[in-house]
Design a binder for this molecule. Structure first.
Ligand SMILES: [Ca+2]
Length: 226
């Protein structure tokens, strides 16, 4: 009887393991903004002149709490600029992960999108929401590092952006020198934008699942010996 119960317990665990295994990710870089701005800055460019500002930190609201807020200050364009934890080699997530963030704007001009931009020197790799995001609601964007997303690459020599190949996506991810997320959503000085939970993640076999399989195997062998 005891043996049968333990077998049922093992089967129950295996069911949990299967459910967990499909959803496991590891964060390679992540800002929750639970306690502060976590090193993020706002970079504003107007007529070729770049200035840095500290975004506001809002302790409540967001997704689910602490987040960034920035109200436009110049007629130029601004972005949220990631700190150095979002730079380096992220090729482990290539074709096996992505970048996600929660984002909101109070005004969105026609054609303005929420984008994430990776820099590798002068090379720019970007993905954008489609269609234009609705104003005044939080959006959760998730762009995987593969060609199911329309990643655009630009080599910075004045040429047009092109649809990126897998090789180009991999090459930028292997040497990320900067990451930006859209701030500006309206021409002029009108809008406010909010950001929460930027994350670069990779998919992995659930470590908890492997541990549970180990436990299940130990229980099974103990019962067999008993
Ligand atoms: Ca948060």
């Amino acid at each position: 009887m005891q043996h049968k119960n333990s077998l049922l317990a093992v089967l129950g665990m295996l069911t949990v393991v299967t459910a967990a295994a499909s959803a496991a990710t590891v964060d390679l870089a992540y800002s929750s903004y639970d306690v502060d701005q976590d090193g993020w800055q706002v970079r504003d460019t107007v007529n070729g002149v770049t200035s840095y500002f500290q975004p506001g930190w809002v302790p409540v609201g967001g997704v689910p709490t602490g987040h960034l807020e920035f109200a436009d200050v110049t007629p130029g364009g601004y972005v949220f600029e990631a700190p150095t934890q979002f730079t380096g080699d992220f090729s482990a997530a290539f074709n096996n992960g992505g970048v996600s963030f929660d984002w909101m704007a109070d005004m969105v001009q026609s054609g303005k999108r929420a984008s994430v931009i990776f820099w590798s020197g002068n090379i720019r790799l970007s993905a954008a929401s489609n269609p234009d995001p609705a104003p005044n609601v939080w959006h959760s964007f998730d762009f995987t590092f593969d060609t199911s997303v329309s990643w655009m690459v630009n080599y910075g020599s004045g040429g047009a952006s092109q649809l990126a190949t897998m090789n180009e996506i991999n090459s930028v991810l292997a040497n990320v020198t900067g990451m930006d997320i859209t701030g500006e959503t309206w021409t002029g000085i009108n809008e406010t934008t909010w950001l929460d939970n930027p994350r670069i993640y990779m998919n992995v076999p659930a470590p908890g699942a492997l541990a549970l399989l180990g436990v299940a195997s130990i229980i099974g062998s103990r019962r067999r010996r008993g």
